[in-house]
Design a protein around this ligand. Structure first.
Ligand SMILES: [Mg+2]
Length: 369
């Protein structure tokens, strides 16, 4: 099996609910996705997607993914998409760094490999551990009363897990989280995610003032050591997200005992294959794990769902249904969402049926070998 044709598209995916807001006035109105299609000599096509959250969230930007895809793609013509580790080494050899550029290409290889084997991707990622995964909802940063109202609406819609954005002014964020906690039932699982926005000084002030509230603290500060210094005076679980970029980061966090859980983002790690590697190691090391991505629609969400459902239930935190965030529809047979839970579509590979006519004109189309 050889890759014979590569197409790539760029697609803006506006948010259904308007701007997405994080602390420090970081804001996005849409995901800006790069989608790739790899077609093999047997006629099968695999799909991959990556979409950064604006230019502020991760060390990635859509224009970079577009340019980088065009640089790497010619090297993949003639490669066997099922030889996933080899393809990964090839991409790392011809194009140094920039894991987010390789993410969609690796995802498409994984989709192709599973389609060629005639099995859902979840099977190749270790096996399906449950029918569905529990979803969480994000309470974006804003006035305390608006955040409390939004949280109550999510709970009213049947969701039991919410992630509250903090990391702004500490006094204001203490009020915000207190308002949210007061607006939802006691059993609601709350994550306070500062997205690396605080110094240890600020994070410790926040943690001390919110001691009576039951929540999980996510990525309060920028570095592993800063988060560790906060954790030393904290009696709550801590999850690290932005700090996990490489295998070395994961091992560093483990050695230092800097977290109880990890949020693994597919494009930040460089694709489904690398995410699977870190996910498996994280599970074996005893971490709780969330697998998600920085954005995307049906293709990316399907990949997240396959990775989530192949994570043992007792180690899995929660999942997110990004395809419901955006106004565009890029595929039929998308990951099914029922209430607060998400499954995977039936069928081989990612299971989705991409609708190429929805993607516009490709910015790249090459064939050969
Ligand atoms: Mg996070």
């Amino acid at each position: 099996m050889r890759i014979t044709t590569i197409k790539a598209y760029r697609l803006l995916q506006p948010f259904v609910d308007g701007p997405y807001r994080m602390s420090k006035a970081r804001q996005a109105d849409a995901f800006d996705a790069v989608i790739v299609a790899l077609t093999a000599d047997d006629g099968l096509t695999g799909w991959g997607e990556m979409a950064p959250l604006g230019t502020f969230y991760s060390a990635a930007f859509a224009a970079g993914a577009e340019k980088g895809t065009a640089e790497i793609a010619p090297h993949l013509l003639g490669a066997d998409p099922r030889a996933l580790a080899q393809v990964g080494r090839l991409m790392d050899t011809v194009f140094k760094g920039h894991p987010y550029v390789k993410s969609a290409l690796d995802m498409a290889c994984c989709d192709l490999a599973a389609r060629a084997a005639g099995v859902p991707l979840v099977t190749m990622l270790g096996g399906r551990e449950s029918d569905t995964a529990e979803l969480y909802k994000v309470v974006t940063h804003g006035p305390a009363d608006a955040m409390a109202k939004l949280a109550a609406r999510f709970v009213g819609d049947g969701f039991n897990r919410i992630q509250v954005k903090v990391g702004g002014g500490v006094r204001g964020d203490i009020e915000r989280v207190a308002a949210v906690a007061a607006a939802v039932p006691k059993e609601t699982v709350i994550f306070c995610d500062a997205n690396a926005g605080w110094t240890p000084f600020q994070a410790r002030q926040f943690a001390d003032a919110t001691r009576a509230i039951d929540y999980v603290f996510e990525q309060p500060c920028a570095t592993i050591d800063e988060c560790l210094s906060v954790r030393r005076s904290l009696d709550k679980p801590m999850v690290l997200d932005e700090s996990v970029v490489t295998l070395d980061d994961l091992l560093d966090i483990h050695r230092k005992g800097a977290a109880d859980g990890l949020t693994l983002k597919i494009s930040r790690l460089g694709g489904v294959s690398k995410t699977r590697q870190l996910r498996d190691l994280a599970v074996d090391l005893g971490f709780m794990v969330t697998v998600e991505d920085t954005g995307g629609a049906e293709i990316d969400t399907a990949a997240m769902a396959h990775l989530s459902l192949s994570t043992p239930q007792e180690r899995r935190l929660h999942a997110i249904a990004f395809h419901e965030w955006v106004t565009v529809r890029t595929a039929a047979n998308c990951p099914p969402v029922s209430g607060s839970r998400m499954g995977i579509p039936d069928g081989p590979g990612l299971g989705i049926d991409v609708l190429p006519e929805r993607l516009g004109k490709p910015f790249l189309e090459i064939s050969g070998k």
